[in-house]
Design a protein around this ligand. Structure first.
Ligand SMILES: Cc1ncc(COP(=O)(O)O)c(C=O)c1O
Length: 309
């Protein structure tokens, strides 16, 4: 059962429609491309953020004993995850503490400013301490956690996140052949693999360079012995949050062709890679693809600043 406060939040979300991408550039390849518009769920709780947090929050709100008064998590200075968590904490009337990678910048990024405005307390830690925090997965595992505090690992990469992500599949009424999704921690990919019919191939696009560990991580999150999935490592464009002129040109063209906004860290890279695969005849004519727009558009503010700087 979903906690009342969460059910109320969910009922106010927008609907994640399936948009067909009618792009003349794809016409010669005779594949059908649809975008699952999770970016439309909410301007902040967008994409995979609500899906991942939903059952984690439900667990936090339903624990017996002292109620959870503070949600604690970690992220970078443009973290979509902390952004969503700070917003949701504010909406639920629960305190939030964000452990942020690196030294406090002289000028806060727009994301960090939002976090503060949503009432999140920020604690900056060195990059090596930050790496250590990645070891703690369980909601009570973080050393030094106080009573009433609840720990959520980086990116919401928690077993409970898989349930919410998997709900996306039931919203796709159309039969299709391949489901594509960008990967950071691989949690979203794993949640989708767990619920995808065996007839569907699930294709993840790694946003990080040297992410060979991802397959093992995803494997551990699977509920069965599914083998209908693959992670493509060819379109990280130099590494996490790195861009290339070709990626940026693709995003510009896609946005003006379709009117759908992208960001270059996750969905932009996935679609760039997917277009390249389509153009190399990776998919047979008649193939129907559904790609998930995982939102995160607030992160675009970091790129505008970098270009100006
Ligand atoms: C917008 C967006 N898309 C995709 C991902 C990748 O999700 P996951 O870490 O579950 O692979 C993230 C990170 O959480 C994200 O912020």
């Amino acid at each position: 059962m979903l906690h009342d406060k969460l059910a109320q939040l969910e009922s106010a979300l927008g609907s994640s429609i399936l948009s067909q991408i009618n792009d003349p550039e794809l016409a010669p390849y005779q594949v059908e491309l649809w975008l699952k518009r999770d970016d439309l769920l909410h301007p902040i709780l967008s994409g995979n953020k609500w899906r991942k947090l939903k059952y984690i929050l439900n667990h936090a709100l339903s624990l017996p004993g002292k109620p959870v008064d503070t949600l604690v998590s970690m992220g970078g200075v443009y973290s979509n995850h902390l952004h969503a968590l700070a917003f949701v904490g504010h909406a639920l009337g629960i305190n939030t503490l964000g452990i942020v990678r690196g030294e406090a910048p002289a000028t806060l990024t727009p994301t960090l400013t939002d976090l503060q405005n949503f009432g999140m307390r920020l604690q900056f830690v060195s990059r090596s301490d930050y790496r250590t925090l990645r070891e703690y997965q369980g909601s009570q595992e973080l050393p030094g956690l106080k009573k009433g505090q609840y720990w959520i690992p980086e990116g919401g990469a928690h077993a409970l996140a898989l349930l919410g992500v998997g709900e996306l599949l039931a919203e796709i009424a159309l039969p299709f052949d391949t489901l594509c999704v960008p990967c950071g921690t691989g949690t979203t990919l794993a949640g989708l693999i767990n619920q995808a019919p065996a007839s569907v191939s699930v294709l993840g696009f790694a946003a990080l360079k040297n992410a060979g560990f991802l397959s093992g991580d995803v494997h551990q999150m699977l509920t069965g012995a599914q083998d209908n999935w693959l992670i493509n490592h060819d379109y990280h464009c130099g590494g996490f949050a790195k861009t290339t002129p070709a990626l940026l040109a693709f995003i510009d063209r896609f946005q003006s062709q379709t009117g759908i906004a992208l960001e270059p860290v996750y969905t932009g890279k996935m679609l760039y890679g997917l277009y390249e695969l389509i153009k190399s005849h990776y998919f047979k004519p008649g193939h129907r693809l559904v790609a998930v727009h995982t939102g995160g558009l607030q992160g675009n503010r970091g790129f505008a600043l970098q270009e100006e700087g």
